[in-house]
Design a protein around this ligand. Structure first.
Ligand code: HEM
Length: 268
């Protein structure tokens, strides 16, 4: 028998839900979040599907530790190295925050490649998810640029000479190379303008672009649904058909394509 709530409980529940209802009526946000949390994913979803969320977690750690570092870092050739030494040796937990940001950068890139590898091996880049793959490729380029621009900031011997090499490689590209070199250096030589430029790109432009692109990426994941693994009947390229229509994935109903109605190899 369903448990009946006392009038007092009902009153309390209505009072607690009032702000939520207010927000939902004016924005539809609550319904959207509910859809996101309780939407259907393929039954065969497995650990490989967690790599995207792991990449997102690594990005969020980078954003939080980066904001803390930016409170103490000074983008000036005379002060940059000293400010890094100050963060590492004198600030409370400074060594930890800097270490998390430095090692986290590698973790982020490694997870990005693992996630991309999973998407490739599961064929998840195929119709209708080609656009999301392209968005991912731009994210990857931006993430690598973030690594390059961040590496110069400590302004020590390693970061200085590594950046000289990286800029020279770019500057040797045919036709556009010299322009890219001048743009990255902010002139003909690496100096204060290069540091200011890399700091601005590392702190503002690239993270801003990454946040926008990741939101678009996640919107497309929710809209298009998750691709089941290749060993299942509904693997990428083999959309199951019910009553003459393809089964809805996410919020869309993909059009049947090619031999889309055949069972994938090895499942019969
Ligand atoms: C900051 C970087 C990234 C984040 C935070 C991210 C996040 C996610 C998440 C949470 C998912 C859904 C769950 C999953 O499949 O793991 C996903 C799916 C997907 N991602 Fe990424 N991703 C990133 C980079 C990339 C890159 C570099 C590519 C490819 C070049 C890519 C292509 C895709 C595709 C095609 C899907 C759909 C997969 C499916 O339907 O099964 N993503 N991403």
């Amino acid at each position: 028998m369903p448990r009946t709530k006392s009038p007092r409980q009902q009153q309390l529940e209505a009072m607690l839900l009032a702000p939520v209802d207010w927000l939902e009526e004016r924005s539809g946000l609550v319904g959207g979040i509910k859809y996101f949390l309780f939407r259907k994913v393929p039954a065969e979803t497995n650990w490989f599907h967690t790599l995207g969320s792991a990449t997102l977690t690594a990005f969020i750690v980078q954003a939080i530790t980066g904001v803390i570092l930016a409170m103490y870092y000074k983008p000036d050739p005379d002060k940059a190295y000293d400010s890094i030494v100050h963060i590492t040796n004198e600030l409370t937990w400074g060594w930890l925050v800097r270490g998390m940001h430095r090692w986290g950068a590698s973790v982020f890139i490694i997870l990005l490649f693992l996630h991309m590898g999973r998407v490739f091996l599961f064929g998840a880049y195929k119709y209708p998810r080609e656009l999301n793959w392209l968005v991912g490729v731009i994210i990857l380029t931006m993430a690598l640029m973030e690594g390059l621009t961040g590496y110069l900031l400590p302004w020590d011997q390693t970061s200085y000479w590594a950046t000289v090499v990286a800029i020279n490689i770019n500057a040797n590209a045919p036709i556009a190379g010299p322009f890219i070199g001048d743009f990255l250096r902010g002139g003909t030589e690496i100096g204060p303008d290069t540091l200011a430029r890399f700091y601005s790109l590392h702190m503002l432009l690239i993270p801003g672009a990454l946040i926008g692109l990741i939101l678009l990426h996640l919107y497309l994941v929710v809209r298009l649904g998750i691709t089941p693994p290749p060993w299942t009947k509904s693997a990428a390229g083999y959309e199951p058909v019910e009553n003459g229509r393809t089964v809805k994935q996410g919020l869309v109903e993909p059009k049947p394509r090619g031999n889309g109605n055949d069972a994938p190899p090895g499942t019969d």
